[in-house]
Design a protein around this ligand. Sequence first.
Ligand SMILES: C[S@@+](CC[C@H](N)C(=O)[O-])C[C@H]1O[C@@H](n2cnc3c(N)ncnc32)[C@H](O)[C@@H]1O
Length: 270
Amino acid sequence: MNDPVLYLKQDKIGKTGSKDIIQKYFHLVNQNESEEVTIIDIGCGPGNVTHDTLMPLFKNPIRKVVGIDVTEKTIKFANATYGNEKLSFEVLNIGNVVPEKYISFFDYVFSFSALQWIRDQRQLFLNINKIMKPNGQMLFSFVAQTILYDIFQSVWRRPEYAPYITDFYLAQSIFQKSKEPVKEFRAILENAGFEISMIKLEEINAKNRSLIDFKEFFASLNPYYNKMPDHLKENFMLHHLEQVQRDAEVEGPNNYYMKFNMFVVYAKKK
Ligand SMILES: C[S@@+](CC[C@H](N)C(=O)[O-])C[C@H]1O[C@@H](n2cnc3c(N)ncnc32)[C@H](O)[C@@H]1O
C-alpha cells in the first residue's frame, strides 16, 4: 500500500466490500471459547477494518489482536491511529517463513482483500495453518477475478513502463484466468490441512465510481505507481485512467462500475 490516508479517503474501490463481507458472514464464526482469544488480521492495511469492524464483534475476552501488513508506512499509521494494549500492528509478509512466536498462536484468522497478492497459495495456506491453534477458525475474502487486473496488464506492458515492472503479475490473483477457481482453491485449502465449511465466489460491484475515485485508488494502492520515475508518473496514471474508460462498464457520464469476483471462505484447522 502506497498511501494509507488516501486509501481510507477513497473507501470505494480497493476495499471491495470488506465491511459488508464481515457483516454478512461473521455469524459463521464460532465464539464458544471460554479463554481469552488471539486474533490476526492478515493484510490489515491502515487497520480500520481490524479496529472498527472486527474487534467489536467479539463477545469473548480478547488477549491479543495482531494486524500484519508488508508495508511499513501502513503499519506505522495503523499503530499510531488504532494501536492499544490489546491491538498492535506489525510488518510481516505472510508469504515468507512465519516467526516462531506465532506458531500455533492464533484462535482466529481474518483477512480481507489481501491474499490475492500472494502467488504461492500453497505455501501461503501452509503458513496460515502453522500460525493457527488446532481447531482454529479462519474467515477471509480476496479477489479471485476482476477486469482490474487486465487493466493493470494493459498499462504495465506498454514499452515505456515495462522496464520498471519487476513482476507483471504482482497483486494479481493466480485464479484470474481459472475456469474452475473454486475447485482449484478448495484443493489447495484441503491439502494445507483445512476443513472447509463454506467456500464460494461472491460478486461485488464497485458502483458509481468517477475517474477521480479511480485516480485516488491507483495512487493509494497501485504497486508500481510509487516506483515509476517522476517523469513517467503522470502518464502512468493517465494510461490507467484511459484504460478504465475503455474497459470498465459505464452507467453514465463519469460514472463507472467494476465487478470483483471474491472468494469468501470459512474454514477450520483440522
Ligand atoms: C486492499 S488492502 C486491504 C486492507 C484491509 N484488509 C481492508 O480490507 O481494507 C491489501 C493489503 O494487503 C497487504 N499485503 C500484500 N501482500 C501481503 C503479504 N504478503 N503479507 C501481508 N500483507 C500483504 C498490502 O500491503 C495491502 O495493505
